[in-house]
Design a protein. Sequence first.
Length: 115
Amino acid sequence: VQLVESGGGLVQPGGSLRLSCAASGFPFSTYVMRWYRQAPGKEREFVAIINSVGAFTNYANSVKGRFTISRDNAKNTVSLQMNSLKPEDTAVYLCNAERGISDYWGQGTQVTVSS
């Protein structure tokens, strides 16, 4: 099982980034996918969720209206489009796959929002 995040980097406030998470080794299309983030010295924080067929999404209040989660079950990928980025969005972003007791995590990708 692998979840590999990519797309992080340094961006100025107000900028955009698109994160991707490539999945392998499990039946991706049957799993709920989530993005979390963890800033230094802080607890891991839920960011966004998408159900297995992409029909349902939900977001943390802090990112609602700025971030969009999507998935491509044909390519086994989940993405997070992040717009209007703020310094407080700085964190390691991790993708998570969950179905019942099966729960997988990627290693994360660093997002830094700074001028």
